[in-house]
Design a protein around this ligand. Sequence first.
Ligand code: PLP
Length: 394
Amino acid sequence: MGQCPPRSSGITEAFKADSFREKINLGVGAYRDDRGKPYVLPSVKTAEKKVVESNLDKEYAGITGVPAFTKAAAVLAYGAGSDAIKNDRIAVTQSISGTGALRIGGEFLARFYPSSKKIFIPTPSWANHNAVFKDSGLEVVKYKYYNKNTIGLDFDGMVEDLKAAPEGSIILLHACAHNPTGIDPSREQWKQISDVMKGKKHYPFFDMAYQGFASGDTEGDAFPVRHFQSKGHQFCLAQSFAKNMGLYGERVGAFSICCESAEEKSRVDSQLKILVRPLYSNPPVHGARIASEVLNNPELNQQWLKEVKGMAERIISMRALLKENIEALGSKHDWSHITSQIGMFAYTGLKPEQMDQLAQEHSVYATKDGRISVAGITTGNVKRLAEAIHKVTS
Ligand code: PLP
């Protein structure tokens, strides 16, 4: 799979080359059902059928994409009742999925943000963040995030780094289901992060690639974005519909900026158009039309919310099953982080040599940093996986 190039592409090659029938691939950055198969959401299938049947033409979209889609995407993230939506303060453009949204954001800030050309990202962060922002013309700096001793959040370290960053710095925040650690701040901690950032006049850049996919609740997962909005921050947001709608290859996303006023929003709209036009003129329409149908058709929307919940719940139950199975084998280690983490990925705390051992001796493939894709776990392979993890950690 190409989700997290280049690291997981090597894993896929090694996995393919292994002839063992019970081999397990935990390097994939995409959801799998309990038979280990890709999943096309029934709501998405129905929406696509409706789009095809409506026999629309294939004319170009405007520079900022399909308006019915971008409007609904903004409502999904910010909330219909938010002040920013009600007062028309959100400048939004369709993007080539989440990566494209991050890139537009990087380019926008590199060109127009006056205070700083540095972006602070967590350690660790999604493997592509560094390259996306560097290629946008920003300097990438790290802030503390992960505490390897507790396999949890280094909240004090994070706050310390946010306080130490020069006033007006750009700070990248994973809105939910932090990739690769699966460790998110609590709501109380998000409130403190918001206060610290407000005090330092930092500029938040939210990456929300997993709305709904983390907890099963699209509203709950959007808490940080909505909280920052309610506290009067101005910020930008990258949204992806790859995971929560399973639209990976359709490349459906949105980039938005929560502006101070409707007047500022219309100026930002023009700046976004100036930026997007020479990049790709205008975005593809098919996936955006599907997502728009899913978001705007009340019946399909209800169905989709249940299906997102279903995916999140399968992941959550696989976490519990993995922990249970390892503990049943008599492991002396504390595996509570497996269930306290959230989203598609679990950060096991396994060392690179243990990950090598998993691959070489047990045909279990995942990235060397100890990250496993919980989506690759099934009721059929969890027992063997637990045994393999137990063996390499005892
Ligand atoms: N941001 C994070 C944190 C991710 O994990 C991913 C995908 O794995 C993305 C952004 C971008 O995904 P896409 O471009 O497929 O929407």
